[in-house]
Design a protein. Structure first.
Lengths: 147, 534
């Protein structure tokens, strides 16, 4: 397992990248993935995906001809679009960590109508449903193959 | 050197636990060696806010990703389907969804009925009392009267239909196709000291409530109370043999890597369809240079997986999402052979309740459905809790080129050669999968779902590991006989999924355990007759 950490330059580029992936939204009143708390969670959670994150950031650097964070907004959009197509498995691993952290943030969960809590011990309620739906199947003759 | 035991069981999962419990009433000295550890209920992901994230770390379904000290590496680079397992007390019943169908009667007679593969040397009728006993021990919820099966009576009422189930029910009724509440190894009421399901919704990587039946909380407490010893962090390297060709015990490593020899009167292997051939092939000696019990050359061959296809779409209203056990219905409409479909044998459709919010985001990103940028939020809100999906579980016919061998390079942390998987999907399976995906799309259309996605085969879908030490009456065409004893070594038994002759098209745990109980019963009968080692 790779547990080393990203450099400051890599972190700057990563923060700019995650803002391209999931920007803040006034419409839905949610932070972006570059929000301080969410980004800190992303960095902490890279763990076994650190090597893939580093590979991705290296490609991003190459595509942009330098630091991604230093590009102007229009250029960042353009490079991010290319990067999304070319990033492959390493980018997917990085993108996965971003999503893992973003969608467990309390503010994001509340905006989706979800309770920010663990499933246990409270659990959830699932309706029994209309069991009469099964009546037509109950009327069917056995159809398993007899020997 | 440890004291000699009467019975040494290797592996504490679905089959090892059942065999240990069944044999305990003989009052023999029984020891089980397990390479993993007990998993505490408080360790399961649903205890924490990171419950979905841990599917990608310490509770990943793929052992190569999970990479716990108790796991062993598997070289599955040459397979489109990756092996899924768990190593610990309870084995892969810790890491399963507790969907619990039995094999059908026709599954034991595929050669006779359809002219492919081989018939089993046992049949459904023989196993029926052991299915029932296993249902009682594991605690199975379901509904009697499924026309796809011989009548049987699950001891608990079925899981709730929920919104997703009703949507599926209406769709399948409109098509005139079969569906039924699944047999599920999940307690829906208080059962034998277990609390009922509270719909945590994340059953696969362990149940914090204890409602899901994993053998650490079903068979093992009963077996240990009856005197069976379970030794954890004991990774077996090889089964040893004496000059007479009989098994003498096993060599294993403890948590510190110290080597031990455990002598035994008889050895029962229960390490699953990958772990068992790995162990047998690693157990070489002057008498068995190609691995113990391998005079047929079939140890490791005929690996069967049940290739899965996932087909899903999105509806216009919120469904159950991750609330409730993810699998609660099945359709067996296309299970039995109909040659007009262009293939023999058939498949189960297991109908999914929904997914969690993070898994939805990840899978939709992978599928190219969820964009980056401002649109991300709008698109995501149109997907969350609206997914309706199903899996096609195809019957995989045995083919000798699909196999488990020993990797020449990769070893586990104790230096034991790792298993290597070479596997390709057969033509019959491919046609069956295409049919299953097409019919799944029909169901989704009837349910009003759009935005259809397909993953076929599912990459991390090697849940079911079968066929690599098949049973049979012919020593040249099988590894163990009709009651699980090695043809070559008369005090060596195998009880896990590796002894399956064909795969059927259902989740195998119920049948694996019924078969283990049947073999244990056969051992007891012959023990009392004095014919066990003849």
């Amino acid at each position: 397992m790779t547990t080393d950490t990203l450099t400051d330059a890599e972190l700057r580029d990563l923060k700019a990248l995650v803002a391209e992936m999931i920007p803040a939204s006034m419409t839905y009143e949610v932070p972006g993935a570059d929000d301080e708390a969410i980004f800190a969670d992303i960095v902490k959670s890279l763990e076994r995906d650190t090597a893939d994150a580093r590979t991705s950031l290296r490609l991003l650097f190459e595509l942009g001809g330098g630091s991604f964070a230093d590009l102007d907004a229009a250029h960042r959009h353009e490079i991010a679009a290319t990067f999304k197509v070319q990033g492959g498995a390493a980018l997917f691993a990085l993108n996965r960590v971003v999503l893992l952290c973003y969608y467990r943030d309390d503010r994001v969960m509340r905006s989706l109508g979800q309770e920010p809590r663990s499933p246990f011990p409270k659990g959830h309620v699932v309706e029994q449903g209309d069991w009469s739906l099964l009546d037509p199947v109950k009327k069917r003759a056995p159809f398993w193959r007899r020997m | 050197m440890h004291d000699k035991v009467d019975v040494l069981i290797i592996g504490s999962g679905a089959s090892g636990a059942a065999a240990a419990w069944s044999l305990a009433d003989t009052k023999m000295r029984i020891l089980c060696l397990e390479q993993g550890d007990w998993v505490k209920p408080t360790d399961y992901p649903t205890n924490g806010r990171d419950w979905e994230a841990r599917l990608f770390s310490d509770f990943a379904i793929n052992p190569n990703r999970r990479n716990r000290p108790t796991d062993y590496p598997i070289n599955d680079a040459n397979s489109p389907i990756k092996v899924v397992n768990f190593n610990g007390v309870g084995g892969s019943t810790i890491m399963y969804t507790a969907h619990y169908p039995r094999l059908h009667p026709s599954d034991f007679r595929v050669k006779t009925l359809d002219g492919v593969a081989d018939d089993w040397p046992v049949d459904y009728q023989t196993l029926e009392p052991f299915f029932a006993e296993n249902d009682r021990m594991m605690g199975v919820a379901g509904l009697a009267g499924d026309p796809a099966y011989p009548l049987h009576h699950p001891p608990m009422p079925p899981l709730p239909l929920g919104k997703s189930g009703q949507r599926f029910g209406r769709a399948l009724n409109s098509l005139g196709w079969h569906w039924w509440p699944s047999d599920s190894a999940i307690a829906t009421v208080e059962y034998d000291g277990r609390a009922p399901c509270i719909n945590l919704g994340h059953c696969t990587p362990g149940c914090a409530q204890g409602a899901k039946a994993s053998t650490d909380i079903t068979y093992w407490p009963a077996a240990i109370r009856a005197g069976v010893e379970l030794r954890t962090h004991a990774r077996v390297r090889e089964i040893t043999v004496g000059p007479d060709g009989m098994a003498t015990g096993a060599i294993y490593y403890d948590a510190e890597g110290k080597e031990h020899f455990q002598p035994a009167e008889m050895v029962i292997v229960a390490c699953n369809g990958v772990g068992t051939p790995r162990l047998l092939l690693n157990s070489t000696s002057a008498k068995f240079p190609d691995g113990i019990g391998n005079s047929s050359g079939l140890v490791g061959k005929n690996l069967m997986f049940h290739p899965f296809a996932l087909t899903y779409g999105y509806v216009d209203e919120p469904l159950d999402g991750n609330h409730g056990p993810p699998l609660n219905l099945w359709s067996q409409e296309f299970y039995e052979t109909d040659r007009s479909r262009g293939f023999v044998r058939g498949y189960t459709l297991q109908l999914h309740r929904g997914t969690g919010s993070i898994v939805e985001a990840i899978t939709s990103t992978l599928a190219g459905r969820l964009p980056w940028g401002e649109d991300h939020h709008k698109v995501y809100r149109g997907l969350l809790n609206r997914r309706l999906g199903m899996s096609t579980i195809t019957e995989d016919l045995p083919e000798e080129h699909n196999r488990v061998t020993l990797d020449p390079v990769i070893k586990d942390s104790n230096g034991i050669p790792a298993p290597r998987i070479d596997y390709t999907m057969g033509e019959n399976t491919r046609k069956m999968m295409e049919h299953g995906v097409a019919r799944s799309k029909d169901i989704l259309a009837a349910a009003g779902a759009t935005n259809i996605g397909v993953e076929a085969p599912i990459l991390n879908g090697g849940w079911h590991l079968m066929g690599t030490a098949r049973m049979g009456t012919d020593p040249e065409r099988s590894v163990v006989n009709e009651w699980g004893r090695s043809h070559d070594v008369k005090n060596l038994f195998i009880v896990d999924g590796s002894i399956w002759v064909t795969s059927g098209g259902v989740n195998p745990t119920s049948t694996i355990q019924a078969l283990a109980l049947y073999i244990a019963d056969s051992i007891k009968t012959r023990l009392s007759e004095g014919t066990l080692f003849e």
